[in-house]
Each structure stands twice: as structure tokens, then as C-alpha cells.
Design a binder for this molecule. Structure first.
Ligand code: NCD
Length: 302
């Protein structure tokens, strides 16, 4: 792997397979009473989050600690970014403290790529604007593979605010490398026709029922209001057309997996009884986030 982990697009299939295999080794650890390994003892990881996060930030921190590393988390609102310091100055300041890796989330697409050219420490992209969120796609793949033999030939429907979603983009790259069939679905204002260029063979539909028909996996996405200047659809129209409801599940395969990267908005893009149903693996995704991030941190630091 190149220095750090910036995206899925440039990863080889073999690298993805190696990370997923290592993450599988770490899965049982989560249920042990002593969850700590000493593989990265003495190393220091800085988590720098310029955007809101619950799952990603916490699980990177837990992953670092379970590997025996020290982890420091910094959020933009509690840092000198709030006093007007530039991104480069903030990162140079942190780099002077000699971290062994920097995990960062930023609203600007490409921010970690830019910084990785200037900093010695490897950078892990924890979400850059609307571009990529590589560890989310890896943990999603691990979660699917907990229930299916392989990704090849699976029918995966990705539904919602595709255009603003770094989760969708990273998943499209990963799933298409492994031969899954991808259907993208959402309102036209959130799903431009050119999106299918991201993946050879991805299909676009604006009809949710058509997207879900025969699906092995349904990935729901939150509407990213924070990335929109004007309303792309009348608010009351979204749920009836693009909200996942129990009756939709009958259209999919009987053992369909319902996924969502979180945070979920109940009653907005997903019904509560679907989010809490037997078909939902949303909390398994959260759990797998730790194993995947352990695998990524170990790999970039060794
Ligand atoms: C996603 C993100 O931040 O891109 N969340 C996450 O990391 N689990 C999706 C979202 O915010 O809707």
C-alpha cells in the first residue's frame, strides 16, 4: 500500500483482500474481555476531525488503543482552526509532535491527498468532502462477507443522496473491483446520470422498487443537507419515494442485508422497523469498523 490510505479507487484488489483478511483476524478480539494487543505499542496516532463524527472517530481511537498505540483526538471546534489557523499550519503543528500516523476527516474533497504530499506521517482518509471514505467501504465489505461467500455477482442497491456521498463513491469503487452488480437510486437531483461512469456496469434508476428488486444488499444513505445550498427536492416528498419501508423488503432476496453507514435519520430515509429488523446489519457495520480500522492502522504503520 502507498503511504497511508487515501481512497479505494487506487487500491489493488489484493490489497483490499489483505486488509479484509487481517480484519477477520481481529473480529473475535471484540468479544474477549482483554481486547488489547500490543502490535503498535509506543506508536502515536492523531485523529483530526474537521467534520462531525461519532462512529468513525470513536472507532479509529478504539482501534489504535486496541493495537497498543496512543491516540489523541482533535476536533476542529476545539482546536486553533476555530481561531483561524490554516489547514497546512494545523497539520504542520501536529506533524512537529511526530505522530506515527494521522487520521483525518475534512469537508474539502482531496484535503488528505494534498497534505500527504507535504507531511512525512502516513495519512488515513476518514472522509474527504464528497469524495471518498475508504474505511467505510472496507467495513461494509467485511459486513457483507460475514453473510455471503463472495462479493462477486451480488446485486447491491445504493439508495439516496448519491451525489454528495463519499460512502457511495468508495463502495462503488470497491464493489465494482470485486464484480458486484451495482444499482444506484435516488431523486434525479441527487443522482446525476453521469454517476454510472464511476463503475463500469453500474445501473441508474429513479424507481426505488426497481432498484430493490432481487437485491442481496440494500445500502441506504442519509441526505447530506450540510452539503447542499438549496433544497434539491420538496422535503415532504423524500420519504414516500426514497425512504426504505418494510413493504420494500419483500421485493428483495429473502435474506437481503439492510445497511446504512449512519447516522440514520429514522422516518426520513429509513423506517424504524426496518432499521431495527432482523435484516438490518447496521450495528454489525459499526462493530466491524473497529476490526477494519485496526487492520488499516497496522498495515500503514508496519
Ligand atoms: C458517513 C460520512 O460521514 O460520510 N458517516 C460515517 O462515517 N459513518 C455518512 C453520513 O454522514 O451520512
Amino acid at each position: 500500500m502507498a503511504k497511508g490510505l487515501l481512497g479505494i479507487e487506487d487500491l489493488e484488489r489484493a490489497e483490499i483482500e489483505a486488509i479484509l483478511a487481517r480484519a477477520k483476524d481481529f473480529q473475535p478480539l471484540q468479544n474477549r474481555s482483554n481486547k488489547r494487543l500490543d502490535l503498535l505499542r509506543g506508536r502515536m496516532i492523531v485523529n483530526l476531525f474537521f467534520e462531525a463524527s461519532t462512529r468513525t472517530r470513536t472507532s479509529f481511537e478504539i482501534a489504535a488503543k486496541r493495537l497498543g498505540a496512543d491516540a489523541v483526538s482533535i476536533t476542529a471546534s476545539g482546536s486553533s482552526v476555530a481561531k483561524g489557523e490554516s489547514l497546512v499550519d494545523t497539520l504542520n503543528t501536529l506533524a512537529a509532535m511526530k505522530p506515527d500516523a494521522i487520521v483525518m476527516r475534512h469537508a474539502a474533497s482531496g484535503a488528505p491527498h494534498f497534505l500527504s504530499r507535504h507531511l512525512p506521517a502516513p495519512i488515513v482518509n476518514a472522509g474527504d468532502g464528497t469524495h471518498e471514505h475508504p474505511t467505510q467501504a472496507l467495513l461494509d465489505a467485511l459486513t457483507i462477507l460475514d453473510h455471503r461467500q463472495s462479493l462477486e455477482g451480488l446485486r447491491v442497491a445504493i439508495i439516496g443522496d448519491i451525489v454528495h456521498s463519499r460512502v457511495a463513491r468508495s463502495n462503488i469503487y470497491l464493489l465494482s473491483k470485486f464484480g458486484a452488480g451495482i444499482v444506484l437510486c435516488g431523486p434525479a437531483s441527487l443522482l446525476p446520470p453521469k454517476m454510472d461512469r464511476l463503475a463500469p456496469g453500474a445501473r441508474i434508476t429513479y424507481d426505488m422498487r426497481e432498484a430493490i428488486e432481487n437485491a442481496d444488499v440494500i445500502m441506504m444513505l442519509r441526505v447530506q443537507l450540510e452539503r447542499q445550498n438549496e433544497s434539491p427536492f420538496p422535503a415532504s416528498e423524500y420519504y414516500p419515494f426514497y425512504g426504505l419501508q418494510v413493504e420494500h423488503l419483500h421485493l428483495a432476496k429473502p435474506d437481503v442485508l439492510v445497511m446504512h453507514p449512519g447516522p440514520i435519520n429514522r422516518g426520513r430515509e429509513i423506517a424504524s422497523d426496518v432499521a431495527d429488523s432482523q435484516r438490518s446489519v447496521i450495528l454489525n457495520q459499526v462493530e466491524n469498523g473497529i476490526a477494519v480500522r485496526m487492520a488499516v492502522l497496522e498495515r500503514i504503520m508496519n
